[in-house]
Design a protein around this ligand. Sequence first.
Ligand SMILES: C[S@@+](CC[C@H](N)C(=O)[O-])C[C@H]1O[C@@H](n2cnc3c(N)ncnc32)[C@H](O)[C@@H]1O
Length: 360
Amino acid sequence: MQQYLLVADRRFLKHALGELADIAESARKINQRYIGASLTLVSLESEPQALLHRIRQARPTFIYGVIPVAEVFDGLGEDATVLTAHLSKLLDSSETFRIEVIKVGTTIEPNAKSIEVSIGKPLEEAGYKPDLSGPDVIVYLVLERSRAIIGLAHRADLYDSVIDHFRLENRATNRVNRAETKLKEAFDVFGLLDKQLGICLDIGAAPGGWTDFLAKRGSKVVAVDKAQLDYGKITGKKIVVEEFKRESKEAPDMTNTDVLHLKYNIRSISELPFAGPTFDLVAIDINTEPLKSAAIAVEAAALLKDGGYLIMAVKLQDARDIKIIREAEKTLSKVYSEVRANKLHHNRLEVTLFGRKAAD
Ligand SMILES: C[S@@+](CC[C@H](N)C(=O)[O-])C[C@H]1O[C@@H](n2cnc3c(N)ncnc32)[C@H](O)[C@@H]1O
């Protein structure tokens, strides 16, 4: 049996375990223990390389990541540096590493960051090569009361957002910019970080986190929302605000505009002053029922260029109700290809859906 750290939101743990059982083709109920901080220790018969490969292929909705456990160290006292010797046995000195510590229910001192340094420094002195920005291997140290779970993952096997997860949980980063982080995470998980998106439509744009994110990466944005956007935040961009008139059918000229805010809540995409394929990305975040959002997304496909992307966040009433997500996926599949749903870290009771407009 191989142990893994399953990273998944506790509210959706049942679904994540179900996905894992399917992917691992595990006939038996998975042995599991929820640790805290979205981490669950699971035992599976599958071997790490094959399992991680299958997870990436299956693109599950509720699994953020799975980290193979290299060792469970019992008898951890007040000094975490005892782990240094264990890590020197587990690491390969030809690969660069980074250590991520997370403390769960332990009073061990000092803080996580200092523990990372106090373990990493002697390893560096012993000839192992740390690399904080792009390591080959990431060492996850989950410190419980008297136990340390040591997980090892190759960077290529994890999304950046799984890597960030430890930092966010640990450093209790403030989540004021949650909306923005949510879109950034969606770009990571759905493979858009390296895409140039000339012009984007952002429906349900206020207070402007997504618009800001898109504008800062060089896209022009048509932001649609009756509510106010925080224009001060979108610095250095030319912003035009228009009280939307339903009768105005002329497509706006965006030549000298970076962000156009149409102050209006749409009932239907056909109300917008764009007739045909215009956008490289349609983003929808309108806190309404998932199937209503999906209906708008289906209409919005007409405004997407061939190969253009859809990203849509939908709120769930209840973590148990994922049928609605499957239904929304089905609706989107009528006009989009590559449809996927993903419960991102930064989502609470939300799931983010992705689709791509197929060329005719
Ligand atoms: C969760 S917020 C969006 C947050 C935004 N993505 C951000 O990054 O700041 C939802 C927004 O959707 C807007 N909204 C709801 N229904 C809408 C509709 N039919 N058309 C346009 N905007 C709508 C609301 O006014 C609200 O500002």
